[in-house]
Design a protein around this ligand. Structure first.
Ligand SMILES: NC(=O)c1ccc[n+]([C@@H]2O[C@H](COP(=O)([O-])OP(=O)(O)OC[C@H]3O[C@@H](n4cnc5c(N)ncnc54)[C@H](OP(=O)(O)O)[C@@H]3O)[C@@H](O)[C@H]2O)c1
Length: 284
């Protein structure tokens, strides 16, 4: 069985990938407390002691709003950390898969495909793009970039994704102000795992978007959550993107991201993802 070393193994996306693909691959999960990826020497020492076929790199500084103030830390983790892991993979001639984001795009001229030009508007997106440039599939034939967007899953105690944040607000009968003039492309993490399994088994030196098949406004997304989970949609009011970004800088407005290269698996729409989650939670 292929041996996959995976960073960010205890994060939102990584932990679900390991849960779902544990029968297909042998994972070597690497969490932050085992290895700080910003320490080059430790990275090389750590990987010197293990054998693996693939290195899938998900660990990242992911707090988009805070990154605007903590630029150096975001750079250190997302750019330097990635460069150390990439150098390590190159030195060992191992396959390297880097997880990136729709936030590398400006959100000004959608839709965005794999070959669209990145032009990040915030620090988080910029650091992820700088990392993409370092490990560009052109520089090392054993590398691949997978961009995902607004990942969500049924349950995960450690971190609430946007879906569970919106849902908890509505369950707790708290009012929600949602943007009407913006787009997001929610992606069911279980689908990311299925797409990743295909890409590992059919590795090519390229960039892929593994993203949901529906883009909608945050207002529409919250309204859909209210409908599917029978929650009170009257708690949801409207706010403009301009108003919202005053307190949440660094996010692209029209994050409509699509794929021309994913011809192997049909990713769920948000509505289909919510129905799948409802089943997983045994609410159906
Ligand atoms: N979540 C999103 O909305 C989203 C959207 C698009 C793309 N992505 C990308 O998808 C990947 C996974 O995201 P996610 O949401 O699963 O992230 P996450 O839940 O925030 O997990 C990130 C992981 O990275 C670890 N980490 C942080 N700094 C580290 C360091 N210096 N050394 C080693 N590990 C470190 C964290 O450990 P600790 O928690 O212990 O610090 C955490 O387990 C990331 O590359 C992200 O950029 C995420």
């Amino acid at each position: 069985m292929l041996k996959i070393a995976i960073t960010g193994a205890s994060g939102l996306v990584g932990s679900r990938i390991i849960d779902l693909l544990g029968q297909d691959f042998t994972f070597i999960p690497i969490s932050h407390n085992q290895l700080d990826i910003t320490n080059k020497e430790k990275v090389f020492r750590f990987f010197g002691e293990i054998s693996f076929d693939f290195l899938i790199h998900l660990a990242a500084y992911t707090n988009v709003t805070k990154a605007e103030e903590e630029k150096e830390i975001a750079y250190l983790i997302n750019v330097k950390g990635t460069s150390y892991l990439f150098d390590l993979a190159v030195s060992k001639k191992k396959k390297f898969i880097f997880f990136s984001t729709d936030f590398v795009f400006s959100g000004k001229n959608p839709p965005y495909f794999e070959n669209s030009k990145p032009e990040p508007v915030g620090v988080y997106g910029l650091t992820k793009y700088q990392a993409e440039l370092l490990i560009s599939p052109k520089t090392y034939p054993n590398s691949m970039i997978i961009r995902i967007a607004y990942p969500y899953r049924a349950q995960f105690r450690k971190k609430a994704d946007f879906f569970r944040k919106f849902k908890s607000f509505l369950e707790e009968k708290k009012p929600l102000k949602m943007i009407t003039d913006a787009l997001m492309t929610p992606t069911f993490i279980d689908d990311i795992a299925i797409g990743l399994k295909y890409l590992v088994k059919n590795f090519t030196n390229d960039i892929f978007h593994l993203v949901g098949s529906q883009s909608l406004s945050p207002f529409e997304a919250a309204s859909l959550i209210a409908r599917v989970f029978n929650l009170d949609k009257d708690l949801i009011s409207k706010i403009s993107f301009e108003e919202y970004v005053k307190n949440h800088p660094g996010i692209p407005q029209f994050s409509e991201i699509k794929s021309k290269k994913n011809i192997f698996f049909r990713m769920k729409s948000f509505e289909e993802g919510l129905s799948a989650i409802k089943k997983q939670l045994s609410l159906d």
